[in-house]
Write a protein that binds this ligand. Structure first.
Ligand SMILES: Cc1cc2nc3c(=O)[nH]c(=O)nc-3n(C[C@H](O)[C@H](O)[C@H](O)COP(=O)(O)OP(=O)(O)OC[C@H]3O[C@@H](n4cnc5c(N)ncnc54)[C@H](O)[C@@H]3O)c2cc1C
Length: 510
């Protein structure tokens, strides 16, 4: 019997790294697969826009393990020929760290690392007696077994560091280093997750950025999915998921179409499923209550700054600027860090503005017109709902402008003369990125990597509703942002295939 066009084996919701990884693998396994994306353009957080000859990432990205991590693995699993795989590039200095009177290039070559570490210690005026302990910390992190890492899953990065040092400056710097990727303060990040990610990043030594911009990744996976016969639709938002006859699920789109599938993979957040897409009563109340209380990470305000000439050499600028000129970064205390994050959580611009700014044209000059440079800066900011994702922060919309102004002022302080070379600077608030990715509140990572939500305690990709799965940064796997989402997409595809018994519907390709 021919398969009706509205019936699928699998429907995947969302075309970020999680959705495209899952959809491409499911299509490759021979399942009749449909990928639905609500936006006019594919890619989710890795999407892009174009302006005056620049190809501009919608998010703000670096890829911690490049081709050696899940982003390479998924392409190999899909059988994408080498010449069609995304090519990751490194710059000689992968990043530059810059602050008040502080400038330190982070080398990409391993052999330059010892000199970098010595210089970091000198600039930070770390007492020599701390050195053996710091060296032991890194040696322990890089050599720790999976079993030992798992024992740290339920504890925080702060607890980990306390075993090695209580020097406040060192403590703060190491905390930021180990916590940066999770977009949470280090006293809320799972130590196990941080150790695992840092270990993989250090061993792989492949922190990089793709030719063609971040979008090259979901695009390549969509191309593979389409080659394996998947259908892909944009402007196709999903409004509702509910059980249908024969153990299948019914998906209703925003334009009222009803589609059925044996399995549905959602890459919106768990909260979005529990509080939005699944009608009340569809999921057990205990699961829904846990999903609604999921702790997301923070997010960021962003700036895309196009320059008429290159100003920076490294692949990424990581900096901090104190808004109070009397602030001494060498005298920073743990209390200062706690006040900063309390301010961020409450929607107040912190006293020290942290900047993370990948420079895509330093990896692929074709992302801008000849001779130009593109800076993609961001500054951590609260989500549109409070820290535990339950309540909008009072007046947040009104204060968002202040955050953007603080970020732009920090960029001007970090790169003197920036304004004179600026062709245009597009800024993006939290509301814009939140509505683009469609995850309630707009967290950068929808199930934040806290001790309660990491390792064995991380929510799984299966849900109690037969046939419904969660993938992307909302469930399963380990890793940094995009890599977490991609690994989760692979895990989810494996779960769907195991549960469907590998049985593709009539007409499926082998
Ligand atoms: C500012 C910023 C900086 C970041 N920096 C880094 C970094 O440096 N390195 C890194 O690895 N990660 C980083 N991340 C995190 C990373 O981008 C994400 O964790 C990851 O890409 C999420 O992938 P995903 O597949 O889970 O979801 P997304 O990429 O968010 O995709 C979800 C998709 O689902 C679609 N969708 C939602 N609801 C519906 C619906 N009802 N119907 C149809 N479609 C729907 C959305 O439109 C979206 O396209 C950053 C994120 C942000 C926002």
């Amino acid at each position: 019997m021919a398969t009706s066009p509205s019936r699928y084996d699998t429907i995947v919701i969302g075309s970020g790294m999680g959705g495209t990884s899952a959809a491409a693998l499911l299509a490759k396994a021979g399942l009749r697969t449909l990928l639905l994306e609500k936006n006019p353009r594919l890619g989710g957080s890795c999407s892009y826009y174009e302006k005056r000859g620049f190809h501009i990432d919608y998010g703000t990205h670096m890829f911690s393990r490049g081709w050696k991590g899940p982003l390479g693995a998924v392409q190999r699993r899909l059988g994408i020929p080498r010449e069609r795989r995304v090519r990751f590039v490194r710059t000689r200095d992968i990043a530059v760290l810059r602050g008040q009177g502080f400038e330190l290039a982070v080398p990409s070559e391993g052999w330059r690392m010892p000199a970098f570490c010595l210089e970091a210690v000198r600039l930070m005026k770390v007492p020599l007696r701390e050195l053996p302990r710091v060296t032991k910390l890194f040696a322990d992190i890089v050599t720790m077994s999976e079993a030992a890492i798992a024992e740290w899953d339920g504890r925080t990065v702060e607890e980990l560091l306390l075993e090695y040092t209580d020097n406040p400056r060192l403590f703060g710097a190491l905390g930021l280093l180990l916590g940066l990727y999770f977009i949470l303060p280090f006293w809320e990040v799972s130590a196990g997750e941080a150790i695992w990610c840092f270990q993989k990043m250090a061993r792989d030594n492949a922190l990089s950025y793709p030719v063609g911009g971040s979008y090259a990744l979901p695009r390549t996976l969509c191309d593979a999915a389409a080659r394996y016969g998947a259908s892909i639709e944009t402007r196709a938002g999903v409004r509702r998921i509910e059980p249908a006859a024969d153990g299948k699920l019914r998906v209703t789109t925003s334009d009222g179409r009803e589609l059925t599938a044996r399995a549905v993979v959602s890459t919106t957040s768990r909260r979005e499923l529990a509080d939005g897409l699944c009608p009340p009563g569809t999921l057990p109340s205990a699961w829904s209550a846990r999903a609604s209380a999921t702790r997301g990470s923070y997010i960021a305000v962003q700036a895309k700054i196009a320059l008429r000439r290159p100003r920076e050499r490294a692949g990424c600028l990581v900096g901090s600027v104190a808004r109070d000129p009397g602030f001494d970064p060498l005298a920073i205390t743990m209390d200062d860090y706690r006040v900063m994050f309390a301010d961020i959580a409450a929607g107040r611009v912190p006293k020290v503005v942290p900047i993370y700014c990948p420079i895509p044209t330093n990896f692929d000059a074709a992302l801008g017109p000849p001779g130009t440079q593109l800076l993609t800066a961001c500054m951590v900011a609260p989500t549109t709902e409070d820290g535990h994702g339950t309540r909008p922060i009072d007046g947040w919309q009104d204060s968002e402008r202040k955050w953007i102004d603080a970020m732009m002022a920090a960029m001007a302080a970090l790169i003197p003369g920036l304004e004179a070379d600026t062709l245009f600077a597009d800024t993006m608030g939290v509301q814009a990125i939140a509505s683009w990715i469609g995850k309630r509140g707009g967290p950068a990572v929808s199930t934040g990597q806290t001790p309660e939500q990491s390792g064995a305690r991380r929510p799984g990709v299966r849900t109690p509703l037969h046939g419904l799965y969660v993938a992307g940064d909302g469930a399963g796997a380990r890793g940094v942002g995009t890599e977490l989402a991609c690994a989760s997409g692979m895990l989810c595809a494996d779960a769907v295939l195991a549960d469907l018994g590998g049985g593709a519907s009539a007409g499926a390709r082998s």
